[in-house]
Structure formats: structure tokens, C-alpha cells
Design a protein around this ligand. Structure first.
Ligand code: CUA
Length: 177
């Protein structure tokens, strides 16, 4: 079959571009562990603040000892404003918004997800390098967008203490330590 030179150049060009697309996708997925976050769980955004899945917001352990971070996005902050997780341990993030779409980004990590009102975004990742991480909003959400930040402390595994889940008022709890 006779294929014109220009046609051949275009065919090779398209082939190379497609190969590049597939390669970059494969590298992000397999090398950097970028995963698309799930949006399977729904929630009433107006009631999210009182929803048991997000009360209180922050880090918790489930009955099997896995670590979860429940975070609410709103114009223009993240709740909680600061939390800590252990290094080298998988953490499952559950995110929701009570107003508009925000973008959850743990800067310089693969911890990123859109946060859409009405849905719970979920992804699991881990942080191998202890330190303080900035959480920013990477989806324009209004006049205070650029100030929408929070902090995540990643502490060495041995030093990390699971948060107290007791919700009794402080005055009624006797502390032995
Ligand atoms: Cu929230 Cu931009």
C-alpha cells in the first residue's frame, strides 16, 4: 500500500503523542501512585457539619486500627485547621464541602482531590517524610481562595499518638496524668 510521505509523518506523529500520553499516565499511576479519588458516597452538604461521619472532624482510628482523616471544606478554610498523622502509615482521607467545590492539595505529595458538595471524596495515601505539610486549595472557590490553608504534621511512627476519641466535657473527665 502506498502511503503518502506527509500522511506517514502525521501517522508517526500521532503515534508518538499517544505513546507519550499512555506513558505519563502509567508513570503517574504506577510510579507515583496517583489514584482517582472515589465519589461514591453522598452527603447532605447543609447537614455535613452535624453528620456523624464528620463529627468531630479530624483524625481517628477505626476498629481495625486503620487511620482516617475526616475533613470539611468551606469558604475559606479546612476543618480541622491542623492535624497530625504518623509517617509510613496509610491514611484514608474523607473530604466533603458544605458550600462550593474546593480542591484539597497536600502540597508536594500525591494527596490531592477535588472536594464537591454533596459527595465524600475518599483516597488513601501515606507520607514517608516526617515534617510539616501545607494543605492548600487548588480550585478557585471565591474571594478568599488563596488564603484557604491548613497544616498537616507527619510525625515519626513511634512518636505518633492516636487522638483521644472521648467526647465527654473536660470538666467531667478525671485525668490521671
Ligand atoms: Cu477553596 Cu479555593
Amino acid at each position: 500500500m502506498k502511503v503518502d510521505l506527509y500522511e506517514r509523518i502525521w501517522m508517526w506523529g500521532v503515534g508518538v503523542v499517544l505513546a507519550l500520553f499512555f506513558t505519563t499516565t502509567a508513570i503517574s499511576a504506577l510510579g507515583h501512585h496517583f489514584q482517582p479519588p472515589s465519589h461514591v458516597e453522598t452527603i447532605d452538604p447543609k447537614a455535613a457539619m452535624k453528620d456523624p461521619r464528620f463529627t468531630p472532624q479530624g483524625v481517628r482510628l477505626d476498629s481495625e486500627g486503620r487511620i482516617h482523616a475526616d475533613i470539611i471544606a468551606l469558604m475559606f478554610t479546612w476543618l480541622p485547621q491542623e492535624f497530625s498523622v504518623p509517617a509510613e502509615t496509610p491514611v484514608t482521607f474523607h473530604l466533603t464541602s458544605i458550600d462550593v467545590i474546593h480542591g484539597f492539595e497536600i502540597v508536594r505529595t500525591n494527596g490531592q482531590s477535588m472536594v464537591v458538595p454533596g459527595y465524600i471524596s475518599q483516597f488513601t495515601t501515606q507520607f514517608n517524610q516526617p515534617g510539616e505539610y501545607l494543605i492548600a486549595c487548588n480550585e478557585y472557590c471565591g474571594i478568599g481562595h488563596q488564603g484557604m490553608m491548613a497544616k498537616m504534621q507527619v510525625v515519626p511512627k513511634a512518636e505518633w499518638k492516636a487522638p483521644q476519641v472521648a467526647v465527654q466535657p473536660e470538666s467531667e473527665v478525671s485525668h490521671d496524668r
